[in-house]
Design a protein around this ligand. Structure first.
Ligand SMILES: Nc1ncnc2c1ncn2[C@@H]1O[C@H](COP(=O)(O)OP(=O)(O)OP(=O)(O)O)[C@@H](O)[C@H]1O
Ligand SMILES: [Mg+2]
Length: 285
């Protein structure tokens, strides 16, 4: 049994002030084991980026516990969180330019990321060259990051995040601005880090191909883990309060919101049956 590298225990996150509050996460339980690759899916506003920020130690949860790479992130000092990102966790934020030093060259960005390593200047330079080559940016390696296109910055951000062979890669929509070919090269690079170095990967995506490439999918809905997929099969996740998110097609057809149902234990499992109560008599369907 492999070890848990990331654990979310009933995590709640509320943004804002006393007057205006937005609850982004409302009780997330999630475990990602060392060496796993997970795609985070879910509609816009579901809380995916918030989950990534908490995981990177860039935000503190309002309630609950987050543990990453053996560190309890709740109340972790800023400097300790920065140290974790430098050594163990590669982060690609959703806005590509936020991941880069804008006035530094593409190669300079990958060199700068390697400063905590003990590699020689020659080794750092080779690593930068290899990574830029892998994401198709060798020809712009001497261009300042701010002059690169959005898609180029996104690829550079992935190269920077992988520069030190992190234990954990957190990538928030790393292929959203890429064409199919560039997206494939980024996914290949991420998979290679997982296979060669055992890097654990959590990637937010709207791209079904990325989801399929990573194997395990976790869908966030309304600030909770709604469902999980493993190698193509989808499963509901039972929350700690017993709540389950039904698939949208059932909500649209058999069990619209507000309908009454009973859960019946059968020999093979549990059956959810809609009940219509009409003037005291009941009909099942
Ligand atoms: N800094 C902030 N201040 C206030 N509310 C915020 C802040 N950041 C996010 N939110 C709110 O928290 C909720 C979750 O946002 P989050 O960015 O985590 O969603 P997401 O799933 O990443 O969405 P998208 O797919 O659009 O990137 C949203 O309702 C959003 O408006
Ligand atoms: Mg987001």
């Amino acid at each position: 049994m492999s070890e848990a590298l990331v654990t979310f225990d009933n995590v709640v996150h509320v943004y804002g002030t006393a007057e205006q509050q937005v609850t982004a996460l409302r009780g997330v339980d999630l475990t990602v084991n060392e060496g796993e690759m997970v795609a985070l899916l879910g509609p816009s506003g579901a809380g995916k980026s918030t989950l990534m920020w908490l995981c990177a130690g860039l935000l503190q949860p309002t309630a609950g516990q987050v543990e990453v790479c053996g560190r309890r992130l709740t109340r972790l000092r800023q400097s300790a969180a920065t140290d974790m990102r430098l050594r163990d966790v590669g982060v690609v934020l959703q806005n590509p330019s936020r991941n880069l030093l804008p006035y530094e060259t593409a190669k300079g960005n990958v060199l700068f990321a390697q400063r905590p390593t003990r590699r020689t200047a020659k080794m750092k330079s080779k690593r930068a060259h290899d990574l830029l080559d892998a994401v198709g940016l060798a020809h712009v390696s001497s261009h300042p990051a701010r002059r690169l296109s959005g898609g180029e910055q996104q690829r550079l951000a992935v190269a920077v995040a992988l520069a030190n062979g992190p234990r954990l890669l957190l990538a928030d929509e790393p292929t959203s601005q890429l064409d199919t070919k560039s997206a494939a090269s980024v996914i290949d690079l991420i998979k290679a880090a997982n296979e060669d170095l055992g890097t654990t990967v959590i990637a937010v995506t709207h791209d079904p191909e990325v989801g399929a490439a990573l194997g395990r999918t976790v869908t966030i809905r309304d600030g909770r883990v709604g469902s999980e997929g493993h190698h193509g099969a989808d499963y509901l996740v039972v929350g700690r309060d017993g709540a389950i998110h039904l698939p949208q097609e059932l909500l649209d057809t058999v069990l619209p919101p507000g309908s009454l149902a009973e859960a019946i234990l059968t020999e093979t499992g549990v059956e959810l049956r809609r009940v219509d109560v009409d003037g005291g008599s009941r009909a099942e369907s």
